[in-house]
Write a protein that binds this ligand. Structure first.
Ligand code: PGA
Ligand code: ZN
Length: 402
């Protein structure tokens, strides 16, 4: 395979208006991969940028990593990823920045796929990459992604029809229907959107879920296939002094599990992400034991795409699915190892965007390559639809058998 002839980097805007970085590799064809950033980050994830921010990652790339990339064979993904770890020298990429590592690592995969003349999903997933993920679309939000919204970070819609194109449009339909429902419920009041394009309104947490469940049922009737509600609680964000602090109540971990079991029954919840604090492996296990046969229990902040933490979760039954965010761990090789660990244990994977995104569509390819159950990448907004529209294109390609 070709070698990297040249590498460059620039500081660009993410969708929240913060600085992030984007890496170009020339091998000899140019590929380009930017990196996104989170707001509700897990304690155990890679540090997105070093002290000094995106500027420091740019400096390190220009002076050190960029020149050293020259001459590397793009076929050697694992070697590159090991070298990134060594060049950083810290456990969490705090010297060079997890975003810099992720952008270089994924750009190399893009370069190798280009050299092989294949789309990325096929290059990484082989012939078996043909299952399309269900899109998980954030439609009502709060937490760290919005001011004045729900305590729970995300209320999601998961449409489960036969095609990804149908599901993407059904999710968007739910977003539209919610706009009408919320305008009716709060006449004359402004209606806002959070960082991921989800509606932000003065709703209680169960009220938001009930409204979403009703709207899902209405959409289901229109489209004729299952359209289900889900939640990313991002519970670590409102867990303090041993309790989960909602606007109207504070729950102990045991009460939180009971509350979520009841909500799942009353409103037909399809999936819970981060239903408990990121260190509460026992709480995750209790909830999974209670409803894990019917409900997808996804760990995001608890696992941080880290295979070692995931193994601990698997051995204790703390969930049945893991969220996959490449820049939580920093390299493609480690991301794949985590996906493989999940697969072997029979756990589902859901590949995810970050709240501060770019128009990059790499995660659409990863979700197909990994055979993931889902992809969480919003419902509307250009940086979200970039991924959704790429899934529609991939599906078309798969049908054409190219
Ligand atoms: P983040 O959150 O990108 O702001 O970290 C998304 C999520 O919690 O899934
Ligand atoms: Zn999350």
């Amino acid at each position: 395979m070709p070698v990297i002839e040249r590498a460059s980097i620039r500081r660009i805007l993410d969708s929240r208006g913060n600085a992030t970085i984007e890496v170009d590799l020339f091998a000899p064809v140019r590929v380009r991969v930017p990196a996104p950033s989170g707001a509700s980050t897990g304690a155990h994830e890679a540090q997105a940028f070093p002290k000094g921010g995106a500027d420091e990652s740019v400096r390190i790339f220009k002076e050190e990593l960029g020149p050293a990339l020259k001459g590397r064979d793009v076929a050697d993904q694992e070697g590159l990823d090991r070298w990134l770890r060594e060049a950083d020298g810290t456990p969490n990429f705090s010297r060079i920045g997890g975003n810099l590592a992720t952008a270089i690592s994924l750009a190399n995969a893009r370069a190798a796929a280009a050299a092989a003349g294949q789309p990325l999903y096929r290059f990484l997933g082989g012939r078996s990459a043909k299952k399309m993920p269900f899109p998980f679309g954030n439609v009502i939000g709060g937490g760290r992604h919005a001011v004045g919204g729900t305590t729970v970070q995300e209320y999601l819609v998961v449409s489960q029809g036969p095609t990804v194109a149908g599901n993407v449009f059904a999710n968007a339909r739910v977003h539209h229907l919610l706009k009408d429902a919320l305008s009716k419920k709060f006449p004359g009041e402004p209606l806002g959107r959070g960082d991921e394009g989800a509606w932000v309104a003065k709703l209680g947490d169960e009220e938001a879920l009930a409204l979403l469940a009703d709207t899902c049922r209405a959409a289901e009737k229109e489209v004729g296939f299952p359209v289900r509600p889900a939640m990313d609680l991002a519970a670590s964000e409102f867990f303090r002094d041993g309790k989960y602090h909602y606007k109207d109540r504070a729950l102990t971990p045991g009460e939180q599990v009971d509350f979520l079991v009841r909500l799942a029954k009353d409103h037909g919840v399809y999936a819970y992400e981060d239903p408990l604090d990121e260190e509460d492996f026992e709480g995750f296990a209790a909830l999974t034991k209670a409803i894990g046969k019917k409900v997808v229990i996804i760990g995001d902040d608890i696992y941080c795409t880290n295979a070692e933490r995931l193994r601990k979760g698997i051995s204790g039954g703390s969930g049945n699915a893991i969220l996959i965010k490449p820049n939580q761990i920093g390299t493609l090789t480690e991301t794949r190892a985590t996906v493989e660990t999940a697969r072997k244990a029979g756990w589902a994977t859901v590949v995810s965007h970050r709240s501060g995104e770019t128009t990059d569509d790499t995660i659409a390819h990863l979700a197909v390559a990994f055979g993931s159950l889902g992809i969480k990448t919003g419902t509307v907004g250009g940086e979200r639809t970039a991924k959704l529209n790429e899934l529609i294109r991939i599906e078309e390609e798969l049908h054409e058998g190219t």
